[in-house]
Design a binder for this molecule. Structure first.
Ligand SMILES: [Fe+2]
Length: 322
């Protein structure tokens, strides 16, 4: 046994003894409601585990009362600033949930689909629906024009017609419409129904990467532990169709300085498509442009619904425009 491990085991025993000798009988059972008939049995188990683990953390690190109450203040500020979803991404929880989905699919023999990655906290329900192709940039913002197109297929390579490609991304300043009220509602957000060959296409502007709000609690914690809060430029997608597992993913724009240093751990090698800058005058004219533009081709492969693995539709609070 290493010295550290024996010290750790020693501390764990100390906290177990502390709890057992507490003058309040059955303290942990009472805290988690296990001694009560009502309530949710699963929640009782989880509350008991989380509180017990935090008690052990306090004991192991000899956390002072001042440190404990600063953590309580921090959680209060986190809720008041509505940054819970952002911190969940920054501390790797959202990526961890993805890894668990991956493992369950691997165990069930599912292979070959486009990799998932985190949704993040900035999706907005009910973006305008278009058939086949769409233009996402509705605000008069100057940016490099992006054409992105591809096909939605099943994992056997068959096209999936009438799939919904729900796409959202940041503007050139790294802001998302609705959350960034300087943009019009649904700017850079659309739902695109694939055509009879499963194809989708959109015109937009190249997004910029972005960072956590600099004065918010997420960035405050990251700074305190020596981390940055930046994400590389990316485009988010939900891809869904009746009878198929919903895919939540993103593509990254190659060349970004944070491409492999995302504070939210969302980059995956298969999600970095080639980016082509087109400077051909004929191509510009054909597309009604008078400057170079960027093209990305990216196909999505989605799995058929399978009863043996958990549903990929994630229930969480979402923003909704009035
Ligand atoms: Fe994002």
């Amino acid at each position: 046994m290493t010295n550290n491990l024996s010290q750790h085991m020693g501390r764990a025993a100390v906290i177990d003894d502390l709890l057992k000798t507490s003058p309040i009988p059955n303290l942990m059972d009472r805290i988690s409601g296990l001694d009560q008939p009502g309530g949710d049995p699963r929640l009782k188990q989880i509350v008991g585990r989380v509180v017990g683990d935090l008690f052990k953390t306090i004991e192991e690190f000899d956390v002072t009362p001042a440190e404990f109450w600063s953590a309580v203040s921090y959680l209060t500020a986190l809720g008041q600033s509505n940054e819970g979803g952002l911190l969940a991404a920054g501390l790797g929880f959202e990526h961890f949930l993805d890894l668990r989905f991956d493992e369950k699919e691997r165990q069930a023999g599912l292979a070959g689909g486009t990799p998932r990655t985190i949704e993040g906290p900035l999706w907005l329900a009910d973006a305008p629906m278009e058939k086949g192709s769409a233009r996402l940039d509705q605000d008069p913002e100057v940016g490099e024009v992006l054409f992105m197109h591809g096909q939605v297929r099943d994992t056997d390579g068959n096209p999936v017609p009438h799939a919904i490609v729900d796409v959202w991304h940041a503007n050139t300043k790294g802001g998302y419409s609705f959350f960034d009220t300087s943009q019009s509602p649904y700017n850079l957000r659309r739902q695109i129904e694939t055509d009879a060959e499963g194809r989708y296409r959109f015109r937009s502007i190249l997004p910029a990467g972005y960072g956590c709000p600099p004065d918010g609690p997420t960035q405050a914690l990251l700074t305190a532990i020596g981390r940055h809060g930046n994400r590389p430029a990316h485009v988010h997608f939900f891809v869904s169709a009746p009878g198929y597992r919903k895919l939540t993913t993103q593509i990254n724009i190659a060349g970004d300085e944070y491409l492999h240093d995302d504070f939210a751990f969302a980059t995956r090698d298969e999600l970095i498509p080639g980016v082509t800058r087109n400077e051909d005058p004929d191509a510009m004219r054909e597309n009604g442009l008078n400057g170079p533009f960027t093209e990305i081709q990216f196909d999505f492969a989605i799995h058929r619904e399978t009863a043996s693995v958990p549903d990929t539709v994630v229930v969480r609070d979402h923003a909704k425009a009035a």
